[in-house]
Design a protein. Sequence first.
Length: 332
Amino acid sequence: MRGISVSKSITSALLLSGSVFVLSCSQVAVGGGEDKNDTENHDITEALAALPDATVLSYTPDGVPTYIIGEMGKVGAMQSDDAIASDAALRPSLTPVLAAFRLKNPDLALRKMNVDADGGRHFRYDQQFNGLPVIGSELVVHVDVKGAVIGVNGTARGDISPALGSSAITQAQAMSTIAQDVRFTNLSAGSVRLLYIETDDGQMHKAYEAVMSGQRGADPARDKVYVDVDTRVIVAVYPQIHFAENRKVYSANNGTSIPGTLKRSEGQAATTDVDVNAAYDNTGAAYEAYKNFFNRDSYNNAGATLTSSVHYSTNAPKMSDIASFMPPDSPL
């Protein structure tokens, strides 16, 4: 199968993603894409029609692709290790590909480029919208050594609602909301910035991000706190200091939108779902391997969360193909 051979070419890039996925082998889609005929997505349909060799492996629930493989463009042989020069050479070929994600080139800012053992280049981009960063939205573009764009995956999408922030609170009001939350008692505010954030439930918000630092009991604390500018509600808290393994296991509920629904977090008791428990146990084993063999606190040596998803789609590939089909969700 063409999809299998192409996806194997980008396996090494996905292993560099920093995300750990442990899935039930009966739950992963093998390719061929999905049929999304929603008339509201005619622009995506047209964009994909312009990429005849492409196969969509996964979509969001509302029909925006999150993972596409197949030859989608030709850059020409890429031998340079200069990330800026390589990105500049790639950009013209990205225009028709990005249309399927409702994105344009200016929406993406290069974060880094990895070169794999076969000479392929893997470009990781952060998303921007209206000049502001979009936390939780990124796109990874895979280019083989011959210069063919063979895969694109990620959560970035260009159809963020312009209505977000239409009734925005002030920065002072956002900080007042944080000050009234007992979780941040005795913490002091550092930098504050306005941005967009896609939270774990897939919802997009325009929000203030405040870095709160200090002591939480006897331990140091440094949290990034996000306050929605329209609702004045804290929509996310991302601790920056971790002290032990931190696992999250989600279920895709037999769909193709990941990570899915959170089913088990660090320290919680076993569930009745054997796949959730297996993912939890195996990511724990991965954490212990990093700790025991390399003396690292998670893969980044900073206690990063180990995220896994189970019950992905309904088709059943071989276990050897699973890694090839899993998009990363953790920034490097």
